[in-house]
Every structure is written in C-alpha cells, then in structure tokens.
Design a protein around this ligand. Sequence first.
Ligand code: A3P
Length: 343
Amino acid sequence: MATVRPPDQSLVRKDEDDKERARKRNNEIISSLGKEEGWIEEYMYEYQGFWYPSVTIVEGVMWVQQNFKPRHEDILLVTLPKSGTTWFKPLMFAVMNRTHFDLSTHPLLTTSPHDLVPFLELYLHHKIPFPNPDTFYPPQLFQTHIPFTSLSQYVMESQCRIVYICRNPKDVFVSTFYFLEKSRDKKLTPLSLEKAFELFCKGLSLYGPFWDHVLGYWKASLEVPDRVLFLKYEDMKRDSSFHLKRLAEFMGYPFSVEEEKQGVAHDILELCSFENLRNLKVNKTGNIITTNNNQVENHRFFRKGEVGDWKRHLTAEMEDGLNKLIEQKLAGSGLAFRDSSEA
Ligand code: A3P
C-alpha cells in the first residue's frame, strides 16, 4: 500500500515565517501611509500615489501584489469603482463561458456577477485567504481596481490580457457619491455632495486621482494594444453590438460567422442588460460580502445605468470646473471625455 509522506515540517515552518515577515513588513508600510479625510471611514490612505478608502483595501492590494500570479490565458478586468464593473463582469463572463452554459439556465440568472468574477483585492482576498492559484480552472476572469503602476511583476510577466473600462468622470463622481453615501460610517457626519466633489477634484477619490488611474491604462493600451484594451462605458452603451464583438475578439473569444447568424452576441447583451440583471431575484434581494464581513445589497450596484445622469446632480459651476480640470490633466494624451457623445 502506498504511504503518504507527511509534509516536511521545516518547509511548513519556513512558509509560515515568510508569511509572518510579509505581514510585519506590510503593517509597517501601512502605519506610515499618508491620510486624508475619507468617504466611508474617517480617513482614506495613500499607497503608491493612489488613494484607498480603508486599510483593509490597502492590505488587499498588497496581497494581490505579493500573491496573485495570473496565467497567460487569464483575463483581468480593471475599472475605477462605479465605472460599470457590474455590467462588464457579466458581459465578459458570458463571452468566455458561452459554450458551457445554456442561456435559459445561465449562472448569471441565479448568481450575482460579483460572485462569479472574483474581485481580487477585496472579495477574493477576504473570502479565500491566500488561495493557491493552481486550484482555479484556467482560463479565469478576475477583476480589480488596482492602478496600472501598482500591478505586480507577476501580472506584467504573465502576459495575461487586461480590459480597462472607463467612464465619464462626472458620472463616476455622481455614482460614487450615491453609492458611498449609504456605506459611510454612521458615527461620522454625512458627506455633502459639495464636500465629496471637492475631494474628487483634489484627486482624493476611490483609487484616485481619477485622471492618473485612467491615464495609466490609456498609455498602456497605446504601448501594448494586444495586451491592454481600453473601452469606454459610453461607447458600449452607444454601440453595444460593435463593442461587444471587439471585446470578444480582444479576449480571444471571437464570435464565429455561425454565431453571428444565430445572434449570440445579441443574446449576451440581452442577458446582461441593466433591466434584465436588475430585475433578477438574486440582484434584487441578495447581498455580497465586502470588507470585514460587511454586506452590501446587490441591488445597490444597479442604480440608474444611464449616460449623463450627472446633469441631474451637478451645478453648471461644478460641470465647468470638472471639465476644465479633466481637460488640463489629460492634455496631450489623446484621451478625452466629450459630453456630446452622450446620447
Ligand atoms: P449609476 O450609479 O450611474 O447608475 P460599478 O459596477 O463599477 O460599481 O458601477 C456601477 C454603475 O454601473 C452604476 O451606475 C450602475 O447602475 C451601472 N450598471 C450596473 N449594471 C449595469 C448594466 N447592466 N448596464 C449598464 N450599467 C450598469
């Protein structure tokens, strides 16, 4: 009978010692981070030039940097919060897995997009601490908000493809404000729209500054277009069919002529439409776990799903100020956000 060899205790101890050393090093870095007034908690924290809403998220980012080793065939969806992650997760999941699932029994009908596509620095980090990436079936779709310059060597060397979704900053701001309003620590005075706007314009937003985050991926998409695809939420809204095909091609899952004839892309767009997903029981009633076992109701990820909702919330002065700021920050990059394209 074959005998099972017990694990080498000295290797187990070494592994534990390495983890302990990493924990201590991370804690030292965290205790020395710059802080500013926060949106959800009392403070937000600056790590590697970007602002994070809690220490838990900084820990998660460090965890990703030190442990996440994607494979060549894996795909990373990157967004700034409130840029349409809840839309692109199901779209990309459905594209990648379209041969495995029938539309009538599709997992998206009964599972939140956030439970199907792991959010690296938060959800994955907390739900399955230090997972062994070899236990996932390739190829895998992951999601993160980590800025380009903070992606680890592992990600850069893996050659995995990166899809970056950006959205008009005025809509990102408004969407963030209404989402975080409900998550803010009840012990703190509520954050007014004006104060939140001031923070946003100073670059003190979730994973902000907004302009540095988008520019990082914009430049990467110009330098390595076969590795980084840069897509706008507004473009997907305007011409969904064209951009879904472009997305599928980039991901390595192009629609065949036969699939085109059968309307597969159209079916995926229908499945993932705002109206369809928002009205599913799982998204109307369920919760997802976020930091420290806090729960967020799934329905909060489906607010309006419109282009240009900012017009109902920002004054003309705010609009003008943010337009000028973004124009100045993006000057010379070739990237612009034009409200005229907002149908
Ligand atoms: P609004 O608050 O403007 O409505 P994220 O998922 O990155 O947090 O972004 C959330 C934003 O995407 C919200 O914007 C939400 O309504 C919108 N959204 C969610 N699902 C969507 C879908 N299927 N189609 C279009 N927009 C969607």
